[in-house]
Design a protein around this ligand. Structure first.
Ligand code: EPU
Length: 338
């Protein structure tokens, strides 16, 4: 195991924040993970995966363990389904493409999401009407306190909108080492009801789409709305879409009948934070090198040399303005490392 010191994390977080790790080590297997966790000379450990859902606001004074174990294996299959065990360090989108090339269905709507597979369950990643929980079978995670690998069933993960056990009771206690997905081999259940997907398929005259067509449509939509982290530092949606009660929603929609919304149940409504932020005049706004993306107000960007605190300051100003204008509290989706 090679330990580097005073290492820049700029290329390890999609915001491109130039923070430093006092110590840094690549983790390619569960054995290396165990060995690294046992290194007493570095009492504080910090788990880093694809770095696509975090905002680093200071140097990290710890041994940073970069989870990078690769590999995809078939656990079992029958004529309809396949169970694939994907190691945590596999890049999510490359893995999605790998499944689509083999005609395994289920992940197409989640094409081009940045990050690695191991962190997908933590916030139950999702896009265009599909969430990880819809294809998730189980995952394995090393319990830091006992060094034992534990299997988490779907129920144990307690998935919710951008939320799971690992963001709550399990926070900081486990390192996810692999994720097992249940995908279809035939009779794929396509989810094309999301307006933008329908429109993209119609534009391409695609009336009987395959999973590859849906994936390509999602890729085109994402490219048109969301900045590529390789070109412009960002962490996808910075905020979660807020959920409000029926009572609050009724007042809100009387004042803003034009606002988009999703009805989740009789009692719960979700309002797109991107719309709220745009209405406050932040879309495309830039303060120094921290900005709000011009095509999607939910996404904060780093034009080059923003610090994590520059981005955080902008985020807090947005939160305050949305609260003042609409009386609605929005909260970050990304992990803020303070
Ligand atoms: N909207 C605006 N202005 C904006 C952005 C959005 O008015 O600047 C409006 C849109 O016109 C639309 C509504 O808000 O009526 C919803 O917008 P969109 O379809 O772009 O989706 P979103 O709710 O903003 C969520 C996810 C995205 C995911 C898309 C598509 C969250 C926090 N974000 O965004 O996820 O790609 O739906 O499913 O739920 C991510 O998590 O990093 C991410 C990109």
């Amino acid at each position: 195991m090679q330990i580097k010191h005073n290492t820049s994390l700029k290329t390890y977080n999609t915001f491109g924040i130039n923070a430093k790790a006092s110590h840094f080590c690549e983790i390619n297997s569960i054995d290396t993970l165990r060995a690294a966790l046992q290194l007493n000379e570095y009492p504080t450990k910090f788990i880093l995966s694809g770095g696509s859902n975090m905002l680093i606001t200071k140097d990290i004074d710890a041994l940073v363990l970069h989870i990078n174990n690769k590999g995809i294996t078939v656990v079992s299959e029958d004529k309809d389904h396949i169970l694939l065990k994907v190691n945590a360090g596999e890049n999510w989108h490359q893995m999605v493409q790998w499944t689509i090339e083999r005609n395994y269905g289920g992940l197409e709507n989640m094409s081009l999401i940045p990050g690695n597979t191991g962190t997908a369950p933590i916030q139950n990643i999702g896009a265009y009407g599909v969430e990880l929980k819809d294809v998730f079978h189980s995952c394995e995670a090393l319990e830091i306190a006992t060094q034992k690998v534990r299997t988490f069933t779907h129920a144990a993960c307690n998935f919710n909108y951008r939320d799971s056990y690992f963001k709550n009771e399990g926070k900081g206690k486990y390192v996810i080492t692999s994720v097992t997905l249940k995908l279809t081999k035939k009779n794929h259940i396509l989810n094309t009801s999301y307006g933008a997907i329908e429109a993209e398929l119609a534009k391409n005259n695609c009336h009987n789409p395959t999973i590859k067509d849906v994936s390509n449509a999602v890729i085109a939509i994402r490219k048109s709305k969301l900045p590529d982290p390789a070109e412009l530092g960002n962490s996808g949606s910075f905020f979660k879409n807020p959920m409000v009660s029926r009572l609050k929603f009724n007042t809100f929609s009387e004042e803003h009948p034009e606002a988009p919304y999703y009805k989740l149940s009789e009692e719960l409504y979700k309002i797109p934070a991107g719309w709220l932020i745009e209405q406050c005049g932040f879309k495309g706004k830039r303060i120094g090198d921290a900005g709000v993306h011009k095509n999607q107000a939910l996404v904060l960007v780093n034009y080059g040399n923003a610090t994590g605190n520059d981005i955080l300051k902008l985020a807090n100003t947005i939160i305050k303005n949305v609260k003042e204008k609409f009386g609605i509290q929005i909260t970050p989706e990304v992990n803020i490392i303070k």
